[in-house]
Design a protein around this ligand. Structure first.
Ligand code: ATP
Length: 448
């Protein structure tokens, strides 16, 4: 366990890496911190934040989530951010610093709460908490959502910022805990997460899909509630974690109104988070040095070869970027839409693509936009005879045509090439909703 010191103030607290594939959830641990603050009469300032980081990090447990929240002495009106133990959780828009000794004692208590809520002893669960009086530089967020960040880089930044931190196990969780505090919070969406009572953990979740569909129709700013194509309910996870359901939306108000309309087993608590979900923040223009391992990009290119259908329903697409770089992309079958669209492309088509890399240089597509399609032609047909005005007949491949009436001959290049309409309308194509990543840019949910 590491310890560092720093002075008092409003406290930004970031946490990460408290869960394992067997259970737990860092968002739930954050709710524990909110309860602790309420018990200690410390106020939440602003909104609790659920920040998704680089979705290609191989050592993430599930959705690479990190959490942060700011504490202090609230000033002015409050708003409701949740409920726990039958009592409301509230937050202030503005706040004053806590006295230094109070802040120091409080963060120690929070760390104990983080440890108590973590899946300790599980491999890969290395809880971390960062506390700082100022938000960390936004640059760290952009690196952590788009690249692989080294732990020593974060430690050095924390050191320079006078931040306090604790870890257990490796220090890896510091990356997420710090990056979550560094998120500027711009162009956000919101997620209202409802949690299960402890005695129901591990049992089948009871969430009525029809009530979710009705709530999403009544509140169109909700997104990714269910997949009309695969008929999957997307608000409830299938893992052993304490989340009962999570409603995502582009505005907080409708989420608060939609929550009571979802019929489910009785929840233990709920919290409304400001998030970077659905923002596409992990995507950036093709960097000059190329897209590195575990990075993602959004770029324009021209299709350079006919798409290749692969076993399992996947499609390989070869393109050339505007700087002349050859890139191989894969449209995976579970995305449903993307292989169908990719399979209908042809050399010369102009597209915008977005997707991610693993260790190999192939880009796994997460979406595409058809910008312009090269002309398509039907198979060539025999020309009309200029004399008789009747169709000629083919003499065989590359041998031209002959008029059956007057025997006049025509060379192969006189074949008629008729243009075909484009195979698909221009525009954006996104994966079927159940195959979208948390950070995926938002798009229509009715897909091909
Ligand atoms: P869940 O979504 O269920 O909360 P998770 O998918 O967030 O789980 P974690 O157990 O938190 O998974 O593991 C992710 C780990 O990767 C954390 O230790 C986090 O600090 C680290 N991490 C996140 N983003 C990066 C990054 N860009 N570079 C390096 N490490 C990162």
């Amino acid at each position: 366990m590491r310890r560092r010191r720093h002075g008092g103030g409003t406290i930004w607290v970031g946490i990460d890496d408290t869960d394992s594939p067997r259970g737990g959830c860092t968002t739930w641990v954050l709710t524990e911190l909110l309860v602790e603050a309420r018990d200690q009469a410390v106020d939440v300032i602003g909104e609790p934040r659920l920040v998704r980081l680089n979705p290609n990090i191989p050592w993430k447990t599930r959705g690479n989530a990190a959490l942060s929240v700011r504490f202090g002495h609230g000033v002015g009106p409050t708003h409701r951010i949740g409920a726990a133990g039958g009592r409301a959780l509230r937050a202030f828009d503005r706040g004053r610093p806590l006295p230094a000794d109070r802040a120091e004692a409080f963060r120690e208590v929070l760390w104990q709460r983080v440890l108590a809520g973590s899946e300790r002893g599980e491999p890969g669960t290395d809880p971390a908490m960062v506390a700082t009086s100022r938000r960390l530089p936004a640059d760290l967020y952009w690196k952590a959502v788009r690249e692989v960040v080294a732990v020593p880089t974060v430690r050095a930044l924390l050191e320079r910022s006078g931040a306090w931190w604790r870890t257990q196990g490796s220090d890896r969780g510091l990356v997420g805990a710090a990056a979550s505090i560094a998120w500027g919070g711009g162009h956000p969406t919101w997620e209202l997460t409802s949690y299960r009572t402890a005695n129901r953990l591990g049992t089948v979740r009871r969430v009525d899909p029809l009530s979710v569909i009705r709530a999403s129709r009544a509140h169109p700013s909700l997104f990714l509630c269910h997949d009309p194509r695969t008929r999957r309910l997307l608000v409830a996870p299938h893992t052993a974690c304490p989340v009962l359901f999570g409603l995502r939306g582009t505005r907080p108000g409708p989420l608060l109104r939609a929550r009571p309309a979802v019929r489910s087993e009785s929840p233990d608590r709920w919290v409304l988070f400001r998030t970077n979900q659905g923002t596409g923040d992990h995507l950036r223009p093709w960097p000059a040095g190329g897209v590195g391992p575990y990075q993602a990009a959004r770029f324009r290119a021209e299709v350079s070869a006919l798409p290749v259908a692969l076993p399992g329903g996947h499609v390989r697409l070869s393109v050339t970027t505007r700087t002349g770089r050859s890139v191989v992309c894969l449209a995976f079958e579970p995305t449903k839409t993307l292989p169908r669209v990719a399979a209908r492309l042809a050399p010369g088509d102009r597209v915008e693509l977005w997707g991610s890399r693993g260790t190999d240089p192939v880009i796994r597509l997460e979406g595409l936009r058809l910008l312009a399609l090269a002309p398509r032609f039907a198979p060539p047909s025999p020309p009309m005879c200029a004399e008789c005005r009747r169709p000629t007949r083919s003499l065989g491949t590359a041998r031209g045509f002959r008029c059956p009436t007057c025997a006049r001959r025509y060379p192969p290049e006189r074949a008629v090439r008729r243009g075909l309409p484009p195979p698909l309308p221009l525009g954006e194509y996104h994966p079927t909703p159940s195959a979208r990543r948390h950070l995926a840019p938002r798009g229509p949910e009715e897909v091909l």
